[in-house]
Write a protein that binds this ligand. Structure first.
Ligand code: U2F
Length: 564
């Protein structure tokens, strides 16, 4: 039985010392300890009746190992990426607070020690059973495990979870398919189950959403913040000088902004002011997280320059009562048209600097506009000067929300057991399990099929056909639902087509990440042959895709209503 642990002392000791990245994570763990502890108490109260199995968990942070080059640690105090460290600090804390038996490794030597692999060169298979129920790592760590565990990695890979900032789509993950169909990248092709990849934001339902946390304020703090807001104070998002170079026409829109507001920056510099930062910007230099929070508490506006993509800072700003103003990308950025995303195992289209903020939070907290349109930009600044907003933090980014989600994954996600066979099809299915809702093509799966265990439970399934050219991500979203790849196996049957009133002249099974789908032109129904390719992402003008959608909790999109 896992018991909630609110003291982080033992965790801090396990993290060790000697690197700036570790010190950054430990400072964060200390600063947030009280929030985690009170979140743990609340979740404990809610879960009292649940038995929580204590898991043996190994966390191997590959990108911070010397063997992977560790380019991040030396940049911690120089404006380099901190998002990943924020996330790993929070993952470690969540696992510790949930009361699991945790081992942490930041080097190959530690990894070998924990896995019981003898030191030395070359790969050495693990002979005995894996001494862990779960291993959290990243792409670097996965590569290291492959080199040092050899073939035994394959045997144990269902226990692995890969922390993957931007996400991996099934077409890129499937080695053979990726090679044959042009989805080959430097990262993908591990043949994992799509939901073994865990992302920083709920980028794609094909992966699991891991996330991180931002500080939560109590009512008194919220009121104080609102009282002390400086209406004409803006902070620019971008802690490294190079980020200020990227946005074309930046001088122009910052000059417009400067007509209305005092502009602050937190750009790292050594001795001289970085030339990329306009003279009218009051630069504080890179601040410790806590001091950045204080600055954000005073500021009215946090403004993005287009990079970094999808970082934690906008959530922190919004949680501290700022409005986040960011550039819209038209056309959207993706691995097909932008260097930063090129070679990443996803073709997701990034519609603004922070699509999560744009789509899941939105106005009044988040305003997304075309920064090249000076009139629109100026009108937006005027609007911002007029409106008041309250601090806001989506539940899924609170400590309680993250604990709830990680708990649910640990207790329910299972990529090791052979998949339960699909319920036998019988004629009664055509009438009873699919119930047509009035005025829509959404079908509810009811009654007898629900006895088959799955997580999310089958009761959450809503079957839907996409439009031609639409992905299942979009189709489900359009019905205020979310695509759930774990439920694909239940709809990959010919009866699903008839239930949706799609008439098949022929039914064929193929290896294609867009299937199951209906091709209207040939009245062909295609079923998926390889479960690893069940994918919510992907669309084609030729296909109406069959989509397993599900409901979700407001503020906790990873979980369906009956998922806890
Ligand atoms: C993202 O990485 P970044 O580290 O660039 O993301 P940010 O949103 O800028 O912020 C990360 C943290 O840095 C902190 C701030 C955030 O929690 O509190 N910070 C600070 O301590 N002092 C300062 O003066 C300014 C910020 C993303 F997270 C990565 O996954 C991506 O690789 C990267 C590139 O897109 O962007």
């Amino acid at each position: 039985q896992a018991v909630f642990q609110s003291d982080v002392g033992a965790l801090l000791e396990q993290v060790g010392t000697g690197k700036e990245s570790l010190s950054f994570m430990k400072r964060r763990m200390r600063r947030m300890a009280a929030q985690w502890a009170s979140a743990a108490r609340r979740l404990d109260d809610r879960l009292r009746s649940h038995w929580r199995e204590q898991n043996r968990i190994l966390v191997h942070v590959g990108f911070l190992t010397e063997e992977s080059g560790d380019v991040f640690s030396p940049k911690v105090l120089k404006g380099g990426p901190l998002g990943e460290m924020v996330q790993w600090a929070d993952i470690l804390t969540a696992l510790h607070v949930l009361g699991h038996n945790l081992k942490i490794s930041f080097s190959l030597k530690e990894l070998h020690g924990f896995l019981g692999v003898p030191p030395g060169r070359g790969s050495c298979p693990l002979t005995g059973p894996l001494p862990f129920d779960l291993i959290y790592t990243d792409y670097h760590g996965l590569q290291q495990m492959k080199q040092h565990m050899g073939l035994s990695l394959r045997k144990h890979k269902c226990h692995i979870r890969v922390i993957d900032t931007f996400g991996t789509e099934p077409a890129y993950n499937h080695e053979e398919y990726a090679i044959l169909h042009g989805y080959r990248t430097n990262w993908g092709y591990w043949n994992l189950h799509g939901q073994q990849y865990m992302t920083m934001f709920p980028h794609t339902p094909d992966n699991s959403f891991m996330g991180f946390v931002a500080e939560e304020l109590n009512e008194t703090e919220k009121q104080n913040i609102q009282r002390n807001k400086v209406n004409n104070m803006a902070v620019v998002y971008g802690k490294e000088a190079s980020m200020w170079k990227l946005q074309k026409g930046k001088e122009k829109f910052l000059t417009i902004l400067h007509r209305y507001m005092e502009i602050h920056g937190t750009v790292y510099y050594e001795t001289q002011r970085p030339p990329e930062v306009p003279a009218f910007v009051k630069n504080h230099g890179l601040l410790p997280q806590q001091e950045l929070q204080q600055l954000l508490r005073k500021a009215k506006l946090f403004i993005g320059l287009g990079f970094p993509y999808e970082g934690p800072a906008p959530l922190e700003a919004i949680a501290n009562g700022c409005i986040f103003l960011q550039p819209k990308f038209n056309p959207p950025h993706s691995s097909l048209n932008h260097d930063f995303f090129r070679g990443k195992p996803t073709s997701r289209k990034v519609s603004s600097q922070h699509p999560y903020a744009e789509q899941y939070i939105g106005r009044p907290h988040v305003i997304t506009v075309d920064f090249n349109n000076s009139e629109e930009f100026e009108a937006t600044i005027r609007e911002i000067m007029r409106i008041n907003v309250e601090p806001f933090l989506p539940y899924e980014y609170t400590c309680e929300g993250m604990l709830e989600r990680v708990h649910a994954y640990i207790q329910n996600q299972d990529f090791c057991s052979p998949e339960a066979p699909f319920p036998p099809v019988n004629s009664s299915w055509l009438s009873s399990p699919f119930v047509l809702l009035p005025n829509s093509s959404i079908l509810t799966w009811a009654s007898n099929a629900s006895s088959y265990t799955s997580w999310p439970p089958l009761s959450a399934l809503r079957l839907l056909a996409s439009l031609e050219g639409e992905s299942c991500v979009e189709a489900c979203q359009g019905a205020e639902l979310i695509c759930e790849p774990a439920l694909y196996r239940f709809i990959n049957i010919k009866e699903a087509f008839s239930a949706l009133e799609l008439q098949c002249d022929g039914v064929e099974s193929q290896v294609n990440h867009l299937l199951p789908a209906f091709s209207a032109e040939h009245a062909e129904c295609g079923l998926q042959q390889d479960p690893l390719l069940f994918s919510c992402a992907g669309s084609s003008a030729k296909y109406q895709r069959l989509c397993p959608c599900r409901d979700y909790r407001v503020g906790q999109v990873a979980l369906c209503r009956d998922c806890l």
